[in-house]
Design a protein. Structure first.
Length: 460
């Protein structure tokens, strides 16, 4: 498979099909009878020994201080060269919060407005639809993700301008009316990069260097393309093939990734960036920061689990602000737990069965208490039962809901999962999805994951 085809993000690989988890989180806070070093080692060593990953770098910061940065495993599996602690990784979509910060900074300066139509800044035929800057930020624009189109293959091996991608995107149909659903779109963030360049008069990378890297003291974060021409600490990426073997991959087309996923960084730099964002007000004003971490809403009032460039979720009842990245050869995840002022970074140089978010949360278990929020559904489940259909990333899907006494289930193919009631006609599943039956609960269900939210309609 051409690496460009899956350059940034493989939506059905991650959202709909879901990766198999190889790391188990504890149901309660760790008793801290061992050191953090031992706790992390106990989690990571089995993954290295079983060749589920080639290597990883883990970072932990708490209370505004970096406590832990350590690498495990290999940079080169064949030669057994170890992964250095300061290894640089392709962070893929963890680029997006950087892009969002840049847009919010420009809004603070009065150089743009989040509610502006994007046509004010870039030439794009929206076919009469109004698409706002904010809708690019929270993935509600309806513009198709170019990684799920023919665009990467058409650009393979040729020289092209960034404007070429926009012209090609104009030919793709909108997946939904702007604001009516959420579907993760790298296209939107590619366009945000163009807006940054248009408004600031700087290249995307020069803007980040001047207004994000330098103020936050990031010494090892840059466009990955800058690392390909000379000596560097860029980790070797691996994929796991169908036989379970680690296979080296080559760097991709970072021009195509651009503001959606072209950055490389280290665990230490990402911890430093997190402290600058969440603790120090070095990058954003309080109002802009609050806007960034406030979940957006759809036109129908559905609250998303995404703000402006950041995922907003809960883990064991605790709020967690995060973003992850997936690209061939690399996985990345950064999570901030506000109640604990805790940041955990996981960078893995292997695309395979391990979910980086599961590694991150298992490490966070060292500090985090579980807040239980058990509720009991007292109503009639029969109106919820039935088959529902909706479009996710352009593909028609069906989901079946069944009831057995007071227990509601969802059936996906032959798999049947129990759903937990979490209040206000909302149910949670084992797959990190939320199922919301609103006032139209006899005919519709809103199905939401961290990176999508779509209304499904009952068909039987």
């Amino acid at each position: 498979m051409n690496r460009k085809t899956n350059l940034l993000y493989i939506p059905f690989y991650f959202i709909v099909l879901s990766l198999i988890s190889c790391v188990k989180s504890s149901s309660h806070k760790a008793t801290n009878t061992v050191s953090l070093d031992v706790h992390v080692n106990n989690l990571i060593k089995p993954l290295i020994d079983s060749s589920k990953i080639a290597g990883t770098t883990i970072g932990v910061a708490k209370g505004g201080n970096i406590l832990f940065v350590k690498s495990y495993g290999f940079n080169d599996v064949e030669s057994k060269a170890e992964l250095p602690a300061n290894a640089t990784f392709e962070i893929a979509s963890v680029t997006k919060p950087f892009t969002a910060i840049a847009i919010l900074q420009l809004a603070e300066k009065g150089l743009l407005d989040l509610e502006d139509d994007i046509s004010k800044y870039i030439q794009f035929d929206s076919k009469g639809k109004i698409v706002t800057v904010k809708q690019l930020l929270d993935h509600t624009s309806g513009i198709k993700d170019y990684t799920r189109s023919v665009i990467p293959n058409k650009l393979d091996g040729i020289t092209y301008a960034k404007d070429t991608i926009v012209r090609m995107l104009e030919k793709e149909a909108f997946e939904f009316e702007p604001g009516e659903a959420m579907s993760y779109s790298n296209s939107g963030y590619f366009m945000l990069g163009l807006i940054i360049e248009k408004v600031s008069g700087l290249s995307y990378n020069d803007y980040l260097r001047q207004y994000i890297y330098n103020p936050a003291n990031l010494e090892n974060t840059c466009d990955c393309g800058n690392l390909l021409s000379g000596p560097n600490n860029l980790a070797q990426g691996y994929n796991i093939n169908k036989d379970g073997n680690l296979i080296k991959v080559n760097p991709g087309d970072f021009k195509l990734a651009s503001a959606a996923g072209s950055l490389c960084s280290t665990a230490e730099d990402l911890l430093t960036w997190s402290i600058a964002l969440h603790n120090a007000e070095k990058l954003l004003s309080k109002d802009s920061y609050r806007a960034m971490i406030t979940p957006s809403k759809l036109a129908n009032g559905t609250t998303l689990r995404y703000g402006l460039g950041l995922e907003i979720n809960t883990y064991k009842g605790n709020e967690v602000i995060s973003h992850h990245g997936i690209i061939e050869g690399f996985l990345s995840d950064i999570k901030y737990f506000p109640a604990y002022d805790l940041t955990v970074v996981t960078l893995i140089n292997t695309l395979g069965p391990v979910k980086p978010k599961d590694v991150t949360t298992a490490i966070a278990d060292y500090y985090i208490d579980e807040k239980r929020n058990e509720q009991k559904f007292e109503g009639d489940l029969s109106p919820l039962v039935g088959t529902y259909t909706g479009k996710v990333m352009g593909r028609a899907l069906t989901r079946n809901f069944e009831a057995d006494g007071t227990q509601l289930y969802i059936s996906i193919g032959e798999e049947k999962q129990p759903l937990n009631y979490i209040g206000n006609d909302n149910w949670s599943g084992e797959d990190d999805y939320i199922y919301s039956f609103t006032q139209q609960k006899t005919t519709k269900v809103q199905i939401s994951a961290p990176l999508m939210s779509v209304s499904f309609t009952k068909i039987e």
